[in-house]
Each structure stands twice: as structure tokens, then as C-alpha cells.
Design a protein around this ligand. Sequence first.
Ligand code: NZQ
Ligand code: ZN
Length: 388
Amino acid sequence: MLGDFTYCNPTKLYFGENAINGLRLQLPNYGKNVMLVYGGGSIKKNGIYDEVISILKECGKNIIEDAGVMPNPTVEKLYEGCKIAKKENVDLILAVGGGSVCDYAKAVSVSAYCDEDPWDKYYLRMEDVDNKIIPVGCVLTMVGTGSEMNGGSVITNTQQKLKIGHVFGDNVMPKFSILNPIYTFTLPEYQMVAGFFDIMSHILEQYFSGEDDNTSDYIMEGLLKSLIHSSRIALKDPKNYEARSNIMWIATWALNTLVAKGKTTDWEVHMLGQAVGAYTNATHGMTLSAVSLPYYKFILPYGLKKFKRFAINVWNVSQDDKSDEQIAVEGLKQMENYMRQLGLVMNLSKLGVKESMLDGIADATLIMEGGYKILNHDDIISILKNAL
Ligand code: NZQ
Ligand code: ZN
């Protein structure tokens, strides 16, 4: 571990079957006006909406509803939410949903009192927040993004064909999050496995970088093993509480800033996935699964030592008389088998990408500098072609 860092995570978590009691404990800390933010209605079908409403009423809150947050929330929706939050003088934004709802809540929280266009300020120019921030709390219903304990907020601008994430500081992270694994039981399988791969990708984005001996890499190998084990169980038995609760906990630790401390990180898979998302509006985890292997195969020669370690420590690949490259390649093969077992989308064409879109997607892909190879436009095109 070589880097200097400051670590602080201000999000208070309430985890487990009775986690919702934490909402009762937290609500008295905030003013009367609570903006209840949710998505397309899954929480009305599975009863979470009723549970949350009754607690809000019990605590004497004035409830302002902002529904219809779409997967991959748009900038237009953000502008709408800002108007409501300001007009209603909102004291707390309560996000009840998945990463999209939590991300949107954070975006409204920093944008409602922003004098300029928040898209330009926070997403294009990546500036810090210098205006009033409305506190956010989350009741998580979908596992994957880690949005429940981080400052990330991803917004899509469909007109500009850009999907951009701003990682805000600890002043924007949720003040509290309610994590009840049972809330995730109603997720359709497609969303469930997309979330599993999102978790894996978050870990790999932070694992495949650097050559130093770093405690975080050992933590990540443990998280990956636990994820692979529990996701195989959850696939066969989605209501297995032990597996689903482990996965919920791994997702939080995969992206709550801890494992990134003191090391370089990559995030190029997410940049590719986000560009694909801007063009297709596809499910986030599936954009990642479609590009990951072509990307990793491309950078393998530059990070051979780490890919070998990944194969041995995560996938139990035997070393026997094999070359480093053979071992590393076998690790990726095992990862591919696992991905196919989960039923993930393995090709961009399945997400609606056409060859004619590749130039645009490559232009929309931000180039990161923390991984094993800094890509250029031609590299990106070649990876995207292999992913088609
Ligand atoms: O809208 P509703 O009706 O709630 O349905 C949602 C949505 O259709 C459904 N769902 C959620 N919980 C459910 C449920 N359906 C049944 N039962 C439940 N318990 O699932 C669908 C997907 O939800 P969404 O919130 O979009 O999924 P996810 O959690 O994967 O969030 C994706 C967004 O997060 C961003 C992505 O880019 C994308 O915009 N990310 C945020 C990150 C962060 N904050 O750090 C990092 C990630 O890498 C990611 O980029
Ligand atoms: Zn992700």
C-alpha cells in the first residue's frame, strides 16, 4: 500500500430483517417535509411503499411524493425533482428503490439549490458542491450499485447521448440506509443477476490496477469468493436469505470507498458500459457484462501478474506446468463460465448495439488512467467490435 488517504464514511447502516426500525429512529433527526422518491411502482406491489408510508405518518411527517424515477435516471427528471424539492422546502429526501432511485435522490439533493444548470456544473464540469445540500436517506430494494453507502450519482442526458457519474464527497453520501435482504426477493432474475455482475465489476475495477502489495487486493479476493459462492446459491434458490444477505453486504463493501483507499483504480469497464448505456438505455449490469471480457482480454498482457493472481486466488486455477499467460487466460475462462451460468448478456448486439453506433460509443467513452493500459480511440473500437 503506497498511497496517502483520508477515510471517512458517514452513512449509518441498518441491516437485516428488522432494518426498517432504523427509519423510525432516524426520522426524528430531520424536519417535517420528507420527499419520498421511488421508481416505477415495484414498491407498491411488494408492500414496501405501505410500510414506509405508515412509518412516515407515525413520525408525523408531511410526505411529498416524487415517483417514476426511471432506471438510468435522466436529466429531465432531475430538473423536475429539483423544482419539487425547492418549492416544498424539503428537509429530507427518502429514496426507496435501487441504485437509480438513490442516485437520483443524491442528484436532487445537490442540485435543488444550485443556481446554474446542475448537468453542466456537476456532470460536465465535475465541480464540487458549494450550495445547500438536502440530506438523503435510502431504503434499498435492489442490490448492486453500492449507492446506499457512497457519493456516486449517475445521470443520463439522452439528447447529448452521455451517461455520466459524479462521485460526490462524504457530505453527499446518504445519512442512513436501510438494508433488508428480503426487500430484494421480488427482483426479477434479469435484474438480480445484473446486480450480481455489477458488484463483481466494481470489485474488479479496483482490483485490476497497481503492482504494489495492497491489503485492499486481499479484501477484494475475499469479497469475490463470497460473491461467487453466494450468487450460485441465489441463482438456484432466490429466496435463500443467507445467500441474498451476504450478497447485499458484499455489494455495499464493494463500492463504499474502503477498498479503493491507498491504491490506484481503473473504472474503464464502467466508462465503456456507461457509453453503451447512453446509446441503448440498457440495464447497467448487462452493459458491463457485455464489454468486460473483451476489455480484460485486451489488457491482460499489460497486467499479466495480476491476472495470474486473480486466476489462482479467486478461481483456484492450478499452476502445474503452465505459463503465466496460460494461467491468466484460464482465470478469464472460468470467469466466462460463471457469467454464462448466471445468464448474463455477453454481447453488445443483444443490447441493441449496431456496428454503426460504435464510433459514437467510443467517443462517449471516457478514458481512465489508473488501469494497466491507457486506451486510445482505436483500442476502444477494437474492444467494442470484439464485444459485438
Ligand atoms: O422502478 P421500479 O419499479 O422500482 O423497478 C426497478 C427497476 O425497473 C426494479 N426493482 C428494484 N427493486 C426491486 C425491483 N423490482 C422488483 N422488486 C424489487 N425489490 O429493478 C429495476 C432496476 O432498478 P435500478 O435502480 O435501475 O437498478 P440498479 O440498482 O442497478 O441501478 C442502476 C443505476 O445505478 C447507476 C447505474 O449507472 C444506473 O443508472 N450506478 C450507480 C453507482 C453508484 N451510485 O455508485 C455505481 C454503479 O456502477 C452504477 O453506475
Ligand atoms: Zn456499476
